[in-house]
Design a protein around this ligand. Structure first.
Ligand code: NAP
Ligand code: ZN
Ligand code: ZN
Length: 319
């Protein structure tokens, strides 16, 4: 029914990741919500007609330590099968094909329940943008008494602001766009900082427990590391085409600060996140588009001209 448009779709469609080259033809899309049309004989949790969701993964080894802990995205055998552009072990196609399509076949374990009460279109982006922020905010303990920064107000960033606020952390949005200040506050930020303004940045020196950085382009990380408290962490979730310049090592040493990364979230935590969203009335702010406008949507996403996630109405594929 619906598929969100992640910046990773754009990176992949344009073959921007050296470490993960695109195999064409490519069908992007990993923020998928729809109705179950058929189930296999062994399926227990879903039946025809159920509202269901698929995120960034469709399989993993299921037996390694990470898979057993429900962290299938970090499968120790490199067995994570991503929803698109992963070599397809079933051999039905050279690579997996994602959600810019009218159907998908997925093992039951990798299908999520969409709780009642959530708008299906606005739920789709939770499957990547949502879980990618929910997971590190939980892992690094965002909550009451903690000061948490979110860098970049795009698809991922706007979910980060909503979750950090919902978890009770003092939430600060860093943006390069003055036009997003009011929205940042409406979405839940206690403060909004223009990251290019050195005076504004200086006021927050050594004050953050955690900063999650969603920016989709290479940039200098030092100004953000300088804002961390002792033992604070800067967690990278943005996956730019070109690497960031190496940070100044001494800023990490003095203050025992961490620079870390985080990838999406496991299946149990993704279900937990969807249930949390239903209980707390959280979804993504979306603009619904027909599939025919996808290239225009990519250009607008690059300009930061989206509030805050495009979602494709997949019914338009038939037009
Ligand atoms: P997006 O909607 O395009 O948002 C990125 C935001 O970064 C922009 O809205 C902008 O916010 C900020 N930004 C600042 N300078 C920028 C620049 N030069 N170019 C682009 N953005 C700039 O993208 P998204 O869908 O949130 O994805 C963000 C990144 O995360 C992508 O690289 C994507 O591939 C990656 N990702 C990673 C994971 C993971 O598991 N780790 C999962 C999904 C996506 P301001 O205007 O507020 O500055
Ligand atoms: Zn994504
Ligand atoms: Zn595994």
């Amino acid at each position: 029914m619906f598929c969100g448009v992640c910046h990773s779709d754009l990176h992949t469609a344009r073959n921007e990741w050296d470490v993960w080259p695109t195999v064409y033809p490519c069908v992007p899309g990993h923020e998928i919500v729809g109705r179950v049309t058929k189930v296999g004989a062994g399926v227990r949790e879903f039946k025809e007609g159920d509202l269901a969701a698929v995120g960034c993964m469709v399989d993993s080894c299921r037996t390694c330590a990470s898979c057993k802990e429900g962290l299938e995205q970090y499968c120790d055998t490199n067995g994570t099968l991503f929803t698109y552009n992963s070599a397809d072990p079933q051999g039905t196609a050279p690579v997996t094909y994602g959600g810019y399509s009218d159907r998908i076949v997925v093992k039951e374990h990798f299908v999520l329940r969409v709780p009642p009460g959530l708008d299906p279109a606005a739920t789709a982006p939770l499957l990547c943008a949502g879980i990618t922020l929910y997971s590190p905010l939980r892992h690094w303990g965002a909550g009451p008494g903690k000061k948490v920064g979110i860098v970049g107000l795009g698809g991922l960033g706007h979910m980060g602001v909503k979750f950090a606020h919902a978890f009770g952390a003092h939430t600060v949005l860093f943006t390069t766009s003055a036009s997003k200040i009011e929205d940042g506050k409406r979405l839940g930020a206690d403060e909004v900082v223009l990251s290019k303004d050195q005076d504004q940045m200086a006021k927050h020196m050594r004050s953050f427990d955690l900063i999650v950085n969603t920016v989709a382009a290479s940039h200098n990380l030092d100004p953000f590391i300088a804002l961390l408290k002792r033992d604070g962490a800067l967690v990278l979730v943005g996956a730019p085409e070109h690497p960031h310049p190496s940070p100044t090592i001494f800023q990490l040493l003095f203050g025992r600060r961490s620079l870390a990364g985080s990838g999406i979230g496991g299946i149990p935590e993704t279900q937990e996140m969807l249930d949390f969203c239903a209980a707390n009335n959280i979804t993504s702010d979306i603009e619904l588009i027909p599939i025919q406008k996808i290239n225009e949507a990519y250009e607008r996403m690059l300009r930061g001209d989206v509030k805050y996630r495009f979602v494709i109405d997949m019914a338009t594929l038939a037009q």
